[in-house]
Design a protein around this ligand. Structure first.
Ligand SMILES: NC(=O)c1ccc[n+]([C@@H]2O[C@H](COP(=O)([O-])OP(=O)(O)OC[C@H]3O[C@@H](n4cnc5c(N)ncnc54)[C@H](O)[C@@H]3O)[C@@H](O)[C@H]2O)c1
Length: 338
């Protein structure tokens, strides 16, 4: 069986790449090959067959065909959101490890089903979240205690895309959510490495484009999180069509402040004096490289797997809860108008 094979020292995992002809799939291909043998690729896109030839691995149009024809230990999954659950459940049902793009799942129920299948099959499902392998975010997590008791955070993450969203991200059925699910998953995961799961979250969903409003796919989301037991509160703003591309997290504590952007984290005293910092010039691909190597090297690590799955369950629960509250409010409004 695949797992026993991996325990033989020196054997590289055999990997199937699912969705390899897309944006993320292509980015990961050469990196996966540094640590594993790519033994096949699944992607129905017209360009996929030529790409597989170029890279020298067999191409399959559908996952079933690959499962029938090729032996592999793990799959790297980079498909549109609506395909994550069916692809991952099928892989787990066939006893394969999964290394996948975010989101881990869209609903809490699906997250629990994936965890159940992974535990039953004794296989891993790892979600690719590159900030956890960026030295700046690691510095933030390690040094948070130095600012005393955190009482406020503010997290902004914006893209400056000049045109309306296109492709599967513009389809309700395929995207299954707007910027909260697509971009916000990263932020909710970063926050879950710093703070407990927020018991209360209020949200505002904003649309720049009418078609996105009609499809209930938010272009901008603003969240207010509160943690009544500790007195912590915090806000997030996430959008695709800002005037500038920016990511910045600021945490205020009783004894200082922590400012984090992808290339530098700075620890300040109360009043703003810089006390310590961590700068990282990248390139971003280095964080991606260590992330993929780490996950491929921990496929059979049950402790790491368990922690990872619980953290992903919390992120999915938070996002699913926000969307469900939102839907509840919309239904109430519709009832009132009827
Ligand atoms: N970590 C990041 O910063 C980041 C950035 C971009 C995208 N992503 C994530 O990566 C995933 C893919 O996004 P993308 O931008 O690469 O999309 P994409 O459209 O560029 O690529 C998706 C690919 O999946 C293929 N595909 C569709 N259904 C399939 C199926 N059932 N089996 C196999 N292949 C299938 C498509 O043909 C396409 O080639 C999403 O989950 C997205 O959230 C993450």
């Amino acid at each position: 069986m695949s797992s026993d094979r991996l325990k033989n020292v020196g054997l590289r995992p055999r990997v199937l790449v699912v969705g390899f002809a897309g944006h993320q799939g292509k980015e990961y291909l050469s990196i996966v090959r540094e640590n594993a043998d790519v033994v096949g690729g699944v992607d129905p896109a017209p360009a996929a067959s030529a790409l597989a030839d170029e890279w020298g691995f067999p191409h399959y149009g559908v996952l079933d065909e690959a499962l029938e024809k090729v032996e592999f230990d793990a799959a790297v999954v980079t498909v549109p959101h609506s395909e994550h659950f069916p692809v991952c459940t099928e892989l787990l049902a066939h006893g394969r490890h999964v290394i996948k793009e975010k989101p881990f799942a869209v609903t809490e129920e699906e997250a629990r089903q994936l965890i159940h299948l992974a535990q039953r099959a004794d296989r891993s499902v790892f979600t690719l979240l590159q900030r956890n392998f960026n030295p700046v975010f690691r510095f933030a997590q390690k040094n948070l205690a130095r600012i005393g008791q955190p009482y406020w955070f503010s997290y902004d993450y914006h893209l400056n895309l000049a045109h309306p969203t296109t492709g599967w991200r513009a389809s309700r059925e395929q995207a299954m959510g707007g910027v909260l699910l697509d971009m916000g998953y990263h932020l909710i995961d970063v926050l879950s490495g710093l703070f407990p799961e927020p018991p209360r979250v209020h949200s505002a969903f904003v649309h720049q484009y009418r078609e996105m409003r009609d499809r209930r796919l938010e272009d901008l989301v603003s969240l207010m999180c509160s943690y009544p037991s500790t007195g912590l509160a915090g806000s997030l703003r996430i959008s695709r069509h800002n005037h500038e591309k920016i990511e910045r997290l600021c945490v205020l504590g009783t004894e200082g402040a922590l400012n984090v952007a992808p290339q530098v984290a700075t620890l300040h005293s109360v009043g703003g004096l810089p006390l310590d910092h961590c700068a990282w010039a990248g390139p971003k691909i280095d964080a991606v490289r260590s992330m993929i190597a780490h996950h491929l090297g921990h496929l059979d690590d049950r402790y790491y797997r368990q922690d990872h799955l619980q953290r992903q369950l919390a992120a999915v629960r938070t996002i699913d809860g926000i969307y469900r509250d939102r839907l509840g409010e919309q239904n109430k409004l519709a009832d009132r108008c009827a």
